[in-house]
Design a protein around this ligand. Structure first.
Ligand code: GN1
Ligand code: MG
Length: 360
């Protein structure tokens, strides 16, 4: 945990006119260290230390974020929502590299904003759908070639299955204890590669994708209106299925990602309908028939890939995601595979709802 002196040592390298007087850690991310800081003139900022073990090509990550933030700045008049604004360093960069070779970003805090790990009601889900849908629409004019793939094959199923197989071979965990999960990984394996295969064959258009479209990456005001999409760390060229599937995984689940009581983990079909209703407002005319056809499969695919990644990290001894206790990644994996089963058993209704809102 850092102290106020350290925070100030970092913050003074950015163009802010006053000292930081208090700060708190924002706990919801699994990768970076993020702090809400308050200055003596009562201004608030978000200070973030980027995890360079995960983001190896950190300069490319910064470039991607800057391109997008600059683009949003250039189209503010047509934007319905606020966007992430970076504060420059005294040498006009958006990243400060400290003497320990840690990389820091400072962003303007969007006032009176709230985040949630679990959706509270259909209105909130509808708003989330609208924001992520508008994000896709607004970025459809940006050249995907301007963005670097900062984590290669981030959502590639063959790559993630390869990492899982290696972890399973080398793990110190007694794999008899996770037999049930291994069966799920095995049984779904083939079907879960279909979307990656379509991408590999260039059958889906490349878009600027957010790649971490969970509920907590949307800011809401106190009345539940969507304010902004945050966390530009994983902006990369990708396909719509990564973002749509990941949203449903997070926003339409009845429980948080590491809920241990699996009886509480289900897909909420009312939420799914609300998300489609909101998301389709901006995207229906942008998405092709083929993209729409594969939206339902993207849900299972993104749930499976997250379950697989959590399980892989558990087998590896928790070296990637932050954990509060040693079994947390296992809890997350069990949770995701329960959600996968729930989605599978509601497949027909999911197809019907999707057709209802996306039919041209
Ligand atoms: C990680 O750090 P955070 O919470 O923004 C992860 C995402 C996962 C997410 C699961 C770079 O995001 O891919 O979906 O956890 N980010 C990275 O909650 O791996
Ligand atoms: Mg993220």
């Amino acid at each position: 945990m850092v102290d106020l002196k350290t925070i100030n040592r970092i913050a003074k390298n950015f163009k802010i006119d006053s000292e930081c007087v208090s700060f708190s850690e924002l706990q919801s991310g699994h990768i970076n260290d993020t702090y809400l800081i308050c200055t003596s003139t009562n201004k608030k900022f978000v200070l973030q230390k980027i995890n360079t073990t995960v983001f190896k090509n950190v300069i490319a990550v910064i470039n991607n974020k800057q391109i997008l933030s600059d683009y949003f700045k250039s189209i503010t008049t047509s934007l319905n929502y606020q966007f992430v604004v970076f504060i420059e360093t005294n040498s006009n960069s958006i990243v400060y590299i400290d003497p320990n070779n840690s990389y820091w970003n400072l962003m303007i805090y969007i006032p009176n904003s709230h985040t949630f790990d679990v959706a509270q009601n259909t209105e909130m889900v509808f708003e989330a759908g609208k924001l992520y849908g508008d994000f896709l629409l607004q970025t459809s004019d940006v050249l995907t070639t301007d963005f670097k793939e900062t984590i290669l094959d981030f959502h590639s199923m063959p790559m993630r299955l390869g990492q899982f197989d290696t972890a399973l071979e080398n793990t110190k965990i007694d794999i008899k204890l996770i037999n049930e999960l291994l069966n799920i990984v095995f049984n779904y394996r083939e079907e879960m590669c279909i979307i990656s295969q379509l991408k590999a064959e260039n059958k889906m258009p490349l878009r600027v994708t957010h790649n971490d479209t969970k509920l907590s990456n949307i800011l809401f005001d106190k009345n539940g209106n969507g304010l902004a999409v945050i966390d530009l760390d994983t902006i990369m060229p990708g396909i719509v299925h990564f973002d749509f599937g990941d949203s449903i995984r997070s926003i339409c689940s009845t429980a948080k990602e590491d809920e241990q009581n699996l009886d509480l983990v289900e897909i909420n079909l009312d939420f799914y309908e609300a998300y489609c209703k909101g998301y389709s407002i901006y995207t229906k005319t942008v998405l092709s028939e083929l993209e729409i056809t594969y939206l339902p499969l993207s849900i299972k695919t993104m749930i499976y890939i997250m379950g697989l990644r959590f399980l892989t990290d558990y087998l590896n001894g928790n070296i990637y995601y932050k954990v509060n206790h040693p079994e947390q990644n296992l809890d997350r994996a069990k949770n995701q595979f329960k959600l996968l089963k729930s989605v599978d058993s509601n497949h027909k209704q999911i197809q019907e709802i999707t057709s209802l809102y996306f039919a041209k």
